[in-house]
Write a protein that binds this ligand. Structure first.
Ligand SMILES: [Zn+2]
Length: 365
């Protein structure tokens, strides 16, 4: 079997097909290189920079120092915990409820509310939200696209309304998991970065499918002074630590079963559509949810590459059968159309169809 269309990081299992990833001459991906560089970063001085910035830039009209976007999941819960309990900040937590919420996602947000936090919950208008998600699914194989936009635009709107000058997101996924390296040494990022990187330059196109009134939560306010930052700039990002701390102090609960497409049971389990998102990611790029988790575990030293290879082969290709009817209902499409859309996004250099299943042509190594 020839692997001419794809190769893997020699240290973790990141693939060459991952958008924007870079490899060094030894074949190490930039997520692995970053995990080594991080050991030399002076985190204390970055945290001091944050404290100074907040002191200087807090809006005197606002009760709050910053917004932390949350879902009740481990990462937002951890950042809230740190800002509130360790730094003594006034945090406004904001959640943008995803479509097709899972029972566990619902429960965790309810649990999160018991933490004496100020939480603002946004429920986006159902049909406009669905239309944008469907646009993402059909056009780019991204079934959570409308939600992803709103995580930025709706929250910037709230920041403006409440005169809050800083929004603190979780990790810079590009540096942490492989991608552009621009934010490794930059505390803040801007709207253009979001549009280009996180929204794959489809933001303006996608909004054209909504009328002006419908698009309110997805439009960017003019002249916003609010700055955006990733917590991973100020403290070494460790998603397993986030899980442990959130479980202990923020009432976070993990899944009782493993999540679909991987061997772990915590993280990204707020919506049934994330499982579809990961399956499509696998068919588009040849790496799935398990490979992402394996990379994290290898870089934090809790798994060998050999162990990772075995797990990726078992779990990456898992289709979320259990939620098929929910997907069909939500997007209001027939099963045949649903699978035609999926087929359209498959990278045919990497997969072939056998008995109605997409099977990899490559052998992960
Ligand atoms: Zn790597």
């Amino acid at each position: 079997m020839k692997n001419s269309s794809i190769f893997w990081c020699t240290s973790c299992l990141n693939t060459s097909t991952r958008p924007r990833i870079i490899f060094d001459k030894q074949g190490k991906c930039n997520a692995c290189l970053w995990s080594e560089q991080k050991k030399k970063i002076k985190w204390k001085s970055r945290l001091k920079f944050l404290k100074d910035h907040l002191k200087k830039n807090k809006n005197p009209n606002s009760k709050y120092d910053l917004i932390v976007p949350v879902s009740g999941g481990k990462d937002g819960s951890y950042v809230t915990y740190y800002c509130k309990e360790k730094l003594g900040l006034n945090v406004l937590c904001v959640t943008v409820n995803p479509p097709l919420r899972s029972e566990l996602g619902y429960k965790n947000l309810e649990n999160f509310k018991k933490n004496e936090v100020d939480l603002l919950e946004i429920n986006l208008p159902y049909h406009a939200h669905m239309k944008l998600n469907k646009f993402g699914f059909v056009k780019n194989g991204r079934p959570l696209y409308g939600w992803l936009i709103a995580i930025f635009t709706a929250i910037i709107n709230i920041a403006n309304q409440f005169d809050i000058n800083l929004i603190m997101y979780g990790e810079d996924g590009e540096a942490e998991y492989g991608g552009v390296q621009k934010l490794k040494s930059k505390a803040f990022f801007d709207i253009e970065f979001i549009k280009k990187i996180y929204l794959s330059d489809q933001y303006n196109n996608s909004l054209k499918i909504l009328n002006f009134k419908e698009s309110h939560w997805w439009r960017l306010p003019k002249n916003s002074k609010t700055r955006m930052s990733h917590w991973s700039y100020f403290e070494n990002w460790d998603s397993y630590r986030n899980f442990v701390v959130s479980k202990k102090f923020m009432k976070y609960e993990e899944n009782t079963k493993k999540n679909v497409g991987t061997y772990t049971n915590f993280g990204q389990n707020d919506t049934l559509l994330y499982d579809l998102h990961c399956y499509l990611m696998y068919l588009k790029f040849g790496f799935g949810r398990a490979t992402q988790d394996i990379g994290i575990d290898i870089r934090r030293g809790s798994m060998t590459r050999e162990q990772g290879l075995q797990l990726a082969k078992i779990y990456d290709n898992e289709f979320p059968d259990y939620a098929l009817n929910d997907y069909l209902d939500y997007f209001d499409i027939k099963e045949k159309t649903f699978f035609q859309i999926i087929d359209k996004h498959v990278n045919k250099k990497l997969f072939f169809k056998k008995k109605n299943m997409w099977v990899p042509k490559f052998l992960i190594n």
